[in-house]
Ligand binder design. Structure first.
Ligand SMILES: Cc1ncc(COP(=O)(O)O)c(C=O)c1O
Length: 437
């Protein structure tokens, strides 16, 4: 299988004529930021404002944001912004002073996890959280071999980039990283749960034959970059048992599905009936304020804690604590997890209904407001068509992206206050685009 561009709908310079002011802005970006950055969409968007599920461009045109799991409780939510501003106006220091904010937040956050997960450490990004998880896992197990999925993404640090197969062969896998196929029925026709667990055991065999001791299995529990793989619920438990049987740990990367998005639960791992050794958090945690963290079982941290000291200048600062508390309040007070469950269910059903009328719409896989829909031509994955649809939707004022190793899966992950009217707008627009195709 050939791996497509990393972002199927990325802007390609020169491919589409743009307004002169955008050409100038893009040239300025390239001059100042260098060549590694990418822009979404054939016609890049110049967004100047966000509000709830809406983003506004410089001309005041509204776009329905069906993709943003960072501003998860809604863009610029007034309660989050107010908490941020209030704390920033009083004190913004780090965790080396006594401060109740971080303790109040830690208590509220940990209460949302199974009792075995008793500590939380704070970082600024999901990459840092996964990097820290890896350091702790190495200390706890004495191993270094890490198992990831075939198209995983876990971050930008050296260690996490080497675990991010979706970055391509120039970056991953690192020398102690062992990829296994994503949990789909195509990859494991014998059954996803048993097949995936056997793949973990086989990867342990491979690393041990090279003298590498198992350290961890880390997965995004919704398998977002692998094409969104939530089902059957429970399939992850045997894989977690398989890595533990070889002396390694199970790390749940909740950077994408965490904080209520999957509807039935606060965390993606909960749909699998297991308790991870460590759980990394990020994106929606601060609704746009850069905060992330690692929740873990105390026994795992004991050795690391005596031999290493941990300090992250901005991680867990007083403003982050205030923001984090406000985000949890909003999720609870506005019933956003329940909204993800109910609106997500009708959204998934609507996409399945569309597939009965349009051959190019294949399977929809979903948990709450995290949805993936296959785009096909003659029954086969069509990444180019998915990329076209993403760009067509953008032209119609709706923002999504595409994912998966072949880039053919529409990735739909709106802010959690998404309404039934928002769903209807999306489905009607997609329907008419497909009818015109
Ligand atoms: C599953 C997953 N893990 C980790 C990360 C890294 O998070 P950050 O970009 O905050 O470093 C991402 C970011 O996209 C992610 O999707």
């Amino acid at each position: 299988m050939t791996r497509p561009t990393l972002m199927p709908n990325a802007f390609v310079p020169g491919a589409v004529p743009l307004a002169p002011q955008d050409e100038a802005r893009i040239a300025r970006r390239a001059r100042l930021l260098g060549p590694a950055y990418r822009l979404f969409y054939a016609e890049p968007l110049h967004i100047v404002r966000g509000d709830g599920v809406w983003l506004y461009d410089r001309d005041g045109r509204a776009y329905l944001d069906t993709y943003n799991n960072v501003a998860s409780v809604g863009h610029c939510h007034p309660r989050v912004v107010a908490a941020m501003a209030a704390q920033a106006g009083v004190l913004a220091t780090h965790t080396r002073y006594l401060h109740d904010g971080i303790l109040d937040y830690a208590e509220r956050l940990l209460a949302l996890f199974p009792a075995q997960l008793g500590h939380v450490m704070f970082t600024c990004t999901g990459s840092e959280a996964n990097d820290l998880a890896l350091r702790i896992a190495r200390a706890a197990t004495g191993g270094s071999g890490v198992i990831v999925t075939d198209n995983a993404y876990h971050g930008v640090t050296l260690a996490t980039a080497e675990m991010s197969m979706s970055m391509g062969p120039a970056v991953a896998p690192g020398p102690t990283v062992f990829p296994i196929p994503a949990p789909s029925i195509e990859n494991y026709p014998e059954g996803i749960a048993s097949g995936f667990a056997t793949a973990v055991t086989d990867a342990c065999d491979r690393m041990q034959s090279q003298g590498i001791k198992p350290c961890a299995l880390i997965v995004d529990t919704i398998f977002s970059s692998d094409g969104i793989r939530p089902d059957p619920s429970g399939f992850l438990a045997p894989a977690a048992a398989a890595i533990r049987a070889r002396g390694g740990l199970f790390i749940a990367d909740e950077v994408q599905p965490g904080f209520g998005r999957t509807g039935g639960h606060m965390w993606g791992f909960q749909r699998h009936g297991l308790v991870p050794d460590m759980v990394s958090l990020g994106k929606p945690m601060g609704n746009g304020y850069p905060m992330a963290g690692l929740v873990l079982q105390p026994e795992i941290l004991a050795d690391f804690g005596t031999k290493s000291r941990y300090f992250n200048t901005f991680g867990g600062n007083a403003v982050a604590a205030a923001v984090g508390l406000a985000v949890l309040d909003v999720i609870q007070d506005e019933g956003l997890m329940q909204n993800a469950a109910t609106v997500g269910a009708t959204f998934a059903q609507g996409l399945r209904d569309l597939s009965s009328r349009h051959d190019s719409i294949g399977e929809t896989r979903a948990a709450g407001l995290f949805l993936g829909t296959d785009i096909l031509t003659d029954g086969r994955p069509d990444g180019a068509k998915a990329g076209r649809l993403v760009n067509d939707l953008r032209r119609e004022g709706i923002l999504i992206s595409a994912t998966g190793p072949q880039g053919h899966i529409l990735k739909i992950r709106p802010p959690l206050p998404f309404s039934q009217a928002n769903v209807d707008q999306f489905l009607t627009t997609l329907d008419s685009l497909l009818a015109a195709d």
